[in-house]
Design a protein around this ligand. Sequence first.
Ligand code: NAG
Ligand code: NAG
Ligand code: NAG
Length: 208
Amino acid sequence: MPLSLSAIVLAHSVVADLFVNITIPERGVFFVKNGILPPSGASSNSDKLVDLSATLGRSTVWNLVDKIPIKFDTFKPEGLVSLGEDRYVLSTTEHIVETERFANGAIINGTDRTTGAGFGHLMVFEGIGNFIGDAVMNSRGAEEFHLDGSDYDGEYIWGTLAQYRPNTTASLIKVYPKTLAAETLLHIPDHMGGVIHDVETNNIYTLN
Ligand SMILES: *[C@@H]1O[C@H](CO)[C@@H](O)[C@H](O)[C@H]1NC(C)=O
Ligand SMILES: *[C@@H]1O[C@H](CO)[C@@H](O)[C@H](O)[C@H]1NC(C)=O
Ligand SMILES: *[C@@H]1O[C@H](CO)[C@@H](O)[C@H](O)[C@H]1NC(C)=O
């Protein structure tokens, strides 16, 4: 399957605040521990990551260093970012109604299946796998409910909230880690499946 990357130069104009349905942590627990946001992995470890990636091959032996049993329903996970020692944020989609192919391979409105329905979640959990809180990025019945691979750049969590069918639409979203409040920065006329913020060039890369 060919992949194409699109680069978007960031203009910080917000299209709209996004409706976010948040389950807050219990009293005294916060999405970001001690309120301190760590630098992103890419900005602090990129040279090492590049060196190590260059040595990977079919014969690479992988050693399991840790295994964290997750103690809540993760739906269909797509992305994971770390917000420091004891916090992870999972981007995932809860599918409520599956999409269905149109009869006889028909293409209607430029796509090949029904919208389906669901909720795109960002779920925050502790290093030992305990659920802390959750933010649903769309309202019930919204066409764009599929939350894909995410990125953390030291300041924001980035995501694409897309229709779960080809050749449709997506929104580029930016989330504040401390509150999980979100903003829509761009509407994109295609399905987008992942996002990376290159902090050196300030480009955003998405994947269709
Ligand atoms: C195609 O788009 C039109 C106009 O937005 C809409 O009324 C119709 O329901 C759509 N068809 C399907 C099968 O989604
Ligand atoms: C989506 O669009 C591409 C490019 O126009 C086309 O090749 C492809 O068949 C379309 N896919 C569907 C499912 O409509
Ligand atoms: C909030 O999200 C949950 C799914 O986690 C859903 O059951 C509920 O209906 C949503 N509330 C609103 C107002 O959309």
